[in-house]
Design a protein around this ligand. Sequence first.
Ligand code: AMP
Length: 219
Amino acid sequence: MMPTTMQARCVFLGAPGAGKGTQAKRVAGMVDIAHISTGDMLREEGKSGSELGMEAKTYMDAGKLVPDQLIIDMVKSRIQKPDAASAWILDGFPRTLPQAEALDQNLSNDNALTHVISFAVPEAVLMGRLTGRRTCARCGAIWHIAHKPPAKAGICDNCGGELTQRSDDREEAIGKRLEVYRTQTAPLLAYYRDRGVLKEIDADRSPDIVFQELLTQMQ
Ligand code: AMP
């Protein structure tokens, strides 16, 4: 059993649909650690109608990455908040080499990265996971129309909220997002492997098994 507090400062790396968000939510539900999802933060900005949110949405809907500087500034201010003082999971950041370098520069020796976990899933599996993914508009719980259907179609079992499909979980955008992962994010595996902090998990298995392995890797 894991302690309820931990000093981990982790990056979760993986293609869209690899399960980073699902697993990060589970860890954060169990231990005192800030779950920082850049995708969720951008979607919140989009819903609020802020200028930043509107700018980001055009990139997101096209399956492209938002500009590095915008996301770097956002993460820098987020990890300075009190709830992220000692432990956090970065889910979906960094996604490019400049972002990884900016993160390194922003972390002192006292709060350096402790783990980089890569969730590996074959590309053919990712497409099915993404097209079937549904998210609760109220509590953010993640469902899947085939692999993890709610009891009542379109309704969240946890809170009764409406399930929605992310606008970038449509086939046109998914192809672009997978290409962006291959060309811009996958090179970070070598970047972190060279630094000796990379742990790789075979994430083409049930969420429960992946979670057990993740807990072992994060000890
Ligand atoms: P996610 O929810 O992590 O799949 O992210 C959804 C979308 O948000 C991505 O396809 C990008 O458009 C944008 N995004 C999230 N994180 C980043 C990042 N670190 N760098 C650039 N764009 C990002």
